[in-house]
Design a protein around this ligand. Sequence first.
Ligand SMILES: [Zn+2]
Length: 413
Amino acid sequence: MRILIVLGCLGMGLVSGGVEEVMREPGMRGALEWMRTHQGWTLEQQISICEIAAPPFGEAERGKEFARRLGELGMEEVRTDSEGNVISRLPGTKGGKPVVVLSAHLDTVFPAGMDVKVYREGKRLRGLGMGDDCRGLAVVLTVARALREVKVEIPGTVLIVGTVGEEGQGDLRGVRHLFTKELAGQVDAFISVDGTGWRLTTRGVGSNRYKVTYKGRGGHSYGAFGMPNPAHAMGRAIARLADITVPQTPRTTFNVGTVTGGTSVNSVPIEVSMEVDLRSESPRELAALDERMKAALEGGLEAEKKRWPESKAPIELEVKSIGVRPAGEVGDDEPIVRKAMAAAQALGLPVLATGSGSTDANLPISLGIAAVTITGGGFSPNAHSIDEWYEEREDAYKGPQWAAVLVKLLAGN
Ligand SMILES: [Zn+2]
């Protein structure tokens, strides 16, 4: 975390004039006022979109409804791409540069078949995904409606998007498709609205995930003793992995998350597997850790072979990638960060420092495209848990306002 007194000063000196100008424009003033007085509408959108299930790889139904709403709000060229992302264009901005994408993710972490109804318990709205990321979807719909109804003039092109596959298993497949195929080379800036509260994420924590398998011939634990044992090889590899030292800054971590395999206590296993998760804020550190992990896996295999030099029984190692999230960082001095910070300050939001996270913005950041993730306001503490709930706050309307001001600052004014 950086302390943002310096950043604050930069913001004031170089861009806050722009923010104040933008916020004083009659069109924008109208849109900001509209968002404040329609806070209830935003919350209705959040609840109703959340009551449509969107499990990993099963976002189609929610995507269809999101697309329908965008059409109803007057967005143009509403379409669903071959991966399932919903894309639309704010009217009146066709072909203009720069191209800015305002996006939230459609998917949740929750499997199909769970109860997605939203229940009111006092001030709390209990519902799976209410904060992550039904809030973001509602914010995006609100910005689309406000900018359209009040007819805010924006010279650039604004694309309003809902992505699929943001959460773990999805491996950013939606946003990856967007930036490598659907909109490849076209996007100048990307804003993801993800989660609640007030945070600005500018550093994408990268991760590499692997399924690692050791395979051997197997046999009786007593009768066949004396051959390389896949479980022992994996144990040696885990011990090597566990001893790797990683920097604290940039934060870099590793984890063996699951260990499975074997058939019985008195059999040399034919196969054992583990899943490994490596993370870092720095692409360089992640790559270095990746190399060292692979060396540890090979080292475990070789040491187990050496233990039984007489044995002809084969043993092998298989390393399969099950997830890649690129790491990357947008510097605090980059215009998109300064503008996001200045917009937050102008709205009186307590955003004091930039943070790191793993979101849709990782992908464009890794490609060198200006991208940030902002939050949508309100309060929701238990994302990814079945105890997820959302509490509306008096100033939650500032979520859509933050996104709208940033869109306007980025798409030209
Ligand atoms: Zn999310």
